[in-house]
Design a protein around this ligand. Structure first.
Ligand code: NAD
Length: 357
């Protein structure tokens, strides 16, 4: 029996998570999947109930689960709170507490939605990239850091980019393993021409590649990668990179698809436990209206099945059901275009369920 902790969060979180749960419950009822779902609070919802965006009890529940499904956190109501108890801190606490070092961000553009991209349809139609970002190290966490006063009275800000060999090897391994289940190509993104730390990154990736003779490893400087992503994005299969480069490139890649409501993500630890969530936020502007797109969350369930529950065929069934629903011309408001049929959150979830059946 696999345990899944469900944390709907704030804003549209509960609405979109409810649709994802329909899918999980379908597999459960079909006896395809033995799962137990637990519910918890995170973000503003947790702050309102307990005075903290993530309680120790919820973190313990998350650590004991095989996977966590999260909606989104945040909203205007909590914006004036001290930083230490803001909703986003709940998410950071979960990442740190579970040791989620690998962030998987697919950028997939369903051919039915090619017009939603700001790039020409022929450049992006059928796009399918997986960005593997290191999430717990690098310049966002390196010490020393701070702002200091120089002798001449001027202030100086400084941060440290640091990666140990084991950290690089660990994230590299995730990328190689994923590539072996996809098209067998890894492009490692660095800035080895100027940063010693990423020179080491490149060396370790080259060394690691010896263990994966079937995978084709290439290297690209981050500035070129940023250009190539808008010039010819379909050249990439799996991209692996540092925390900061991955932060920027994964957002760039997401925008190639033009539809924030369609993109799932996963964050994994060494035990294979994962947190699965859509890449978008809590969308307070449309919360409570029943119009949010639940597909990113439903596709996050597919990632959960593939990466934490070892159910790749069920994951593929969900992904193909989403494709079918798009073929039926059903669209939520965010991906609506002329001639299509507009549906709400629950109708979209029901349509995916029907396509599964
Ligand atoms: P957002 O992603 O919530 O919304 C950006 C825009 O996209 C909005 O117009 C919204 O209506 C739309 N949108 C987002 N998801 C959608 C969906 N599923 N269907 C249809 N439309 C959708 O980003 P924001 O407005 O910058 O942030 C709102 C709140 O979310 C803030 O409190 C922010 O801190 C938080 N946030 C949370 C996460 C997270 O939980 N991982 C990520 C980003 C932002």
């Amino acid at each position: 029996m696999k345990k899944i902790l469900v944390l709907p969060g704030d804003g549209i979180g509960p609405e979109i998570v409810a649709e994802a749960i329909k899918i999980l419950n379908y597999f459960k009822a079909e006896k395809d999947l033995e799962i137990a779902l637990e519910q918890g609070l995170i973000g503003g919802a947790s702050y309102d109930a307990h005075g903290a965006p993530l309680t120790d009890a919820t973190l313990e529940q998350a650590k004991a689960a095989d996977a966590v499904l999260l909606g989104a956190v945040g909203g205007v109501k909590w914006e004036a709170l001290p930083i230490a108890v803001r909703p986003e801190k709940g998410l950071l606490g979960l990442r740190a507490g579970m040791g989620l070092f690998a962030n998987l961000r697919p950028a997939i553009l369903y051919r039915q939605l090619a017009d939603a991209s700001s790039l020409k349809p022929e450049v992006v139609a059928g796009l399918d990239i997986m960005i593997v970002r290191e999430l717990t190290g690098g310049i966002y966490f390196g010490q020393p850091r701070g702002v200091r006063q120089l002798d001449n009275g001027e202030r100086q800000g400084f941060n440290t980019l640091v990666y140990s060999e084991s950290e690089i090897r660990r994230i590299g391994r995730v990328a190689f393993e994923i590539a072996s289940k996809r098209n067998g190509r890894v492009c490692s993104i660095d800035k080895a021409n100027v940063l010693e730390c990423t020179e080491l990154w490149r060396e370790v990736m080259i060394d690691l590649a010896k263990e994966y003779p079937k995978i084709e490893l290439s290297h690209m400087y981050v500035d070129n990668a940023a250009m190539q992503l808008v010039r010819a994005p379909k050249q990439f299969d799996v991209m692996v990179t540092t925390n900061m480069f991955g932060d920027i490139l994964s957002d760039e890649a997401a925008m190639l698809t033009g539809s924030i409501g369609m993109l799932p993500s996963a964050s994994l630890n060494e035990k294979g436990q994962g947190m699965y969530e859509p890449i978008h936020g809590s969308a307070p502007d449309i919360a409570g209206q029943g119009v949010a797109n639940p597909l990113a969350t439903i596709l996050s369930v597919a990632m959960m099945l593939r990466y934490s529950l070892d159910q790749a065929s069920m994951a593929a069934r969900i992904e193909s059901a989403v494709g079918k629903v798009l073929d039926q011309d059903l669209r939520t408001a965010d991906i609506m275009s002329k001639g299509m049929k507009q549906v709400g959150t629950a109708e979209m979830g029901d349509a995916v369920l029907a396509a599964l059946q």
